[in-house]
Ligand binder design. Structure first.
Ligand code: PLP
Length: 430
């Protein structure tokens, strides 16, 4: 990198690959010889319709999305999906139940392993759904520092019986929900839940790790992701839905009818063109997909062509190889230090995208009492000095403090090396 280069470790909106921004800049005033900027085109125009279809096809290719799944682009970010999954899937289960019974009795099950899944569960409760937290990592581990074994969750087993009495209900849940990567807490699932009743669809928030590794889509009912970490700019969310879940019954008696903007069926039926979509965000996302699928761009991103087995090593497989190397070297550097503390204790559940850590002047293993205020002052100094060196946005989430390095697909291995060198340099001052 050139002197003065900036490295963006922000958790989101996050880095967008430089070549993508450069290409967008070159096309900004004249999109595909239309003489207009993409932002000025009609969303009903041919060039936009082509882009809409292309972006979906690219995502289908990247994630190997099976044919019986639909891909839609929606608005309102992750938070809108917190509500949309409740409305859509409770209405689906109600339909499965022959549109009989009170929808409020249909359970919706949440695995809470961090602040985003906790917020999603809160939203379901707020909407009046029969919300059951079937696993609460904070309760069982004391903090969001790992993922409790699936065998301890209070989910229905394949026979439909509930494993734990306190969640007894004779109804099948509408879904089992979890967040694959907890952006704030740095906890990432190393597995896909598999011990629950298979007729209960899995719903997964992949906002902060989608496209970072391959996923077996066929194990899920609904996957969603806000774009602003690994996909593109804020403003668009990607939703991948198994087709059969679009059969829903209108919910009456209390639950407001699904707002059309949140209705998966409406989005699918209109090919994400029910209303004016966030066209620019979808356009940049499509350029990011191009970048992931382009072997030359991936070799440049890697910075070391020798690490790639062959020239067609692209997509999420290439991203995964790079992400694993990046995360492994950063965790190793933190672990070897006496000064930095990795927050997530459960090694298997350490995120490869968001790495929260703390500073402590008391060396690891020592009995000396930590001076919290002093440690926090050092963390603030760490972040400030990093900024001055061009290592940006390293402060932890405002709810937890500390330091957090987010190293999504767009972060190069070189950037991680620069951060590691800085970690050592900063520590040596103390
Ligand atoms: N889910 C996860 C995993 C997130 O990281 C975030 C935001 O950072 C959200 C949901 C909320 O997304 P939004 O801000 O788009 O509503």
């Amino acid at each position: 990198a050139q002197p003065g280069h900036k490295w963006n470790f922000g958790a989101g909106p996050a880095m967008i690959p430089r070549p993508v921004l450069e290409r967008a800049q070159s096309e900004f005033l004249n999109y595909q010889s239309t003489g207009l900027s993409l932002m000025e085109l009609s969303h009903r125009s041919q060039p936009y319709e082509d882009l809409n279809n292309k972006a979906q096809a690219q995502l289908r290719q990247l994630l190997k999305v099976p044919e019986n799944y639909k891909i839609v682009f929606m608005q309102g970010g992750g938070h809108t999906q917190f509500a949309a999954v409740v409305y859509n899937l409770v209405a689906w289960r109600h339909h499965q139940n022959g549109a009989k019974g009170d929808w409020r009795e249909i359970p919706v099950d949440y695995v809470v392993t961090g602040s985003w899944s906790a917020k999603a569960a809160e939203e379901a409760k707020r909407l009046g759904a029969n919300t059951r937290v079937v696993c609460d990592a904070k309760k069982s581990l004391g903090a969001y520092t790992g993922i409790p074994a699936e065998s301890t969750w209070a989910t229905s087993d394949p026979q439909g019986a509930l494993r734990q009495a306190d969640t007894a209900s004779n109804q099948k849940p509408a879904y089992l929900y979890y967040c694959d990567n907890e952006t704030v807490n740095g906890v990432e699932f190393p597995f896909v839940p598999s011990l629950h009743d298979p007729s209960v669809p899995l719903v997964c928030d992949m906002s902060s790790n989608i496209l970072s590794r391959p996923v077996d889509i066929s194990k899920f009912g609904v996957i969603y992701a806000g774009a602003q970490k690994n996909i593109g700019p804020a403003g668009v969310s990607v939703v991948i839905i198994r087709e059969d879940l679009l059969q829903t019954s209108e919910l009456k008696d209390g639950l407001p009818a699904v707002a059309l903007m949140m209705d998966y069926k409406t989005m699918v039926k209109n090919n994400s063109l029910y209303n004016t979509p966030p066209m620019f965000a979808i356009y940049i996302s499509s350029l990011v997909f191009d970048w992931l699928l382009d072997a030359d761009a991936q070799r440049v991103q890697d910075g070391n062509a020798a690490l790639y087995p062959h020239s067609s090593f692209v997509g999420v497989e290439a991203a995964q190889a790079r992400n694993e190397r990046k995360a492994a070297k950063l965790y190793k550097a933190l672990e070897e230090s006496r000064f930095y503390r990795i927050v997530v204790q459960d090694k298997a559940a350490r995120s490869k995208m968001n790495i929260p850590f703390r500073i402590s002047a008391v060396p690891k293993g020592s009995d000396a009492v930590a001076d919290k205020k002093k440690d926090e002052e050092m963390e603030a100094a760490f972040v400030a000095q990093a900024e001055a060196k061009g290592l940006l946005q390293l402060a932890g989430h405002r709810s937890v403090g500390g330091i957090r390095a987010s190293i999504y697909n767009a972060m190069t291995e070189e950037g991680v090396d620069v951060l590691i060198a800085y970690l050592k340099e900063f520590e040596s001052q103390y």
